[in-house]
Design a protein around this ligand. Sequence first.
Ligand code: HEM
Length: 322
Amino acid sequence: MSSELETPSEGVDESEKRGYEEPEWKNHAKQTDLSELLKDGTKESHDRAENTQFVKDFLKGHIKKDLFKLATTALYFTYSALEEEMDRNKSHPAFAPLYFPTELHRKEALTKDMEYFFGEDWREKVKCSEATQHYVDRIHYVGQHEPELLVAHAYTRYMGDLSGGQVLKKVAQRMLKLPSTGEGTQFYLFENIDNAQQFKQFYRARMNALDLDLKIKEKIVEEANKAFEYNMQIFNELDKAGSLLAKESQDGELPIHDGKGDVRKCPYYAAQQGKGGSHPSPTTSDRVGHLGPLIPWCLLLALPLQVPMRVVLAPSKMSWSY
Ligand code: HEM
C-alpha cells in the first residue's frame, strides 16, 4: 500500500508491512474494541457534524475562496498542535503504536497550502481564530496532562480525513478552480497511503491492541465526542464568517472597518459583546499589533501589517472542508 513501506514509520513491523493487512482473527470486532466503542460512541456527533451548515454548504459546492482559506488556517493551527503533541508522546505506551508521521501528519502539507493561498509571508498574515484556539488548547492539555486521551483526537481527525477527504478535495478543486496538480489542496493528499480503507483497518487494529481498561476506553470516547464538538464550533465560526463575507459582497462593496463602518455586523464582535467583553470602536491610529481585541480574526487575515486601521477583505470567493 504505502510507497513508504520499505522504510515505514516507526512502529510498523515486518508482518504488518504488506499492505497494512490484518490477520484474519483481528477482523472479528468485539464490543469492547476501542475502534467499535469509538465508532458507536461518536455516531451521533458524526451525524451532527455532517449536518452543520458549513459542512452541508461545502458538500453542495457552495464554497468561496476566502472562507476556504480561513478553513485551511484553522486546520493549520489544529494539526500543528496535534502533531506537536503526538511527537511529544511518540514513545508513550498509550500512543506509540499509533504514531505514523510519514503516513498521516498534515502540518507540512498545510504549510504548502498556506503558502499557496497567502504567499511566502503567510505567517505574518494569519491568526488563530477563537474557536480554533479552544481546540488547540484542549489538544495541548491532553498531550501534556492526559496523553492516554490523545488517541481520541488523532482518531477524530485522521480517520475522518481518510474517509471523506478525496470527495472534499474534488469539490474544492472544482468550485475554487484550484489546479488539479494539487496546489492549495495538499492537505487532502496522503501521498504515503495508497489504500485509505486498508490503512484505516490497520489503524483500528492498532487502537484495539492498546493496553487500556474499559474505564479509560470510555474516557477516550468521551474525549472524541469533545473533539467533534470543537470541530463543530469551528464550522459554526466559519459559517458566520462566510455569512458576513457573503453579505458584504452582496452589498457590492468591500467591507471596510475604518472606525466608521458598522463593526456590529461582525459575528465576532457580537460574540465579544455577549460575553460582556469590551470591544471598543477601533481608531485610525491603531496598528495591527493592537488590533486583536478590536477586529475579528476573519477580517484580520486581510489586514496588511503596519497599515493604519483599514481592513479590506479581498473581493469575495471563499469556503471549506473537514
Ligand atoms: C462532509 C461530511 C462528512 C461525510 C460525508 C462523512 C462521511 C464519512 C464516511 C462515509 C465514513 C465511513 C468511512 C468508513 O467506514 O470507512 C466516515 C467516517 C468517519 N468520519 Fe466522517 N464524514 C463527514 C464529516 C466528518 C467530520 C466533520 C468529522 C470530524 C471532524 C468526521 C470524522 C469521521 C471519523 C472519525 C470517521 C471514522 C469512523 C470509524 O470508522 O470509526 N467526519 N465519514
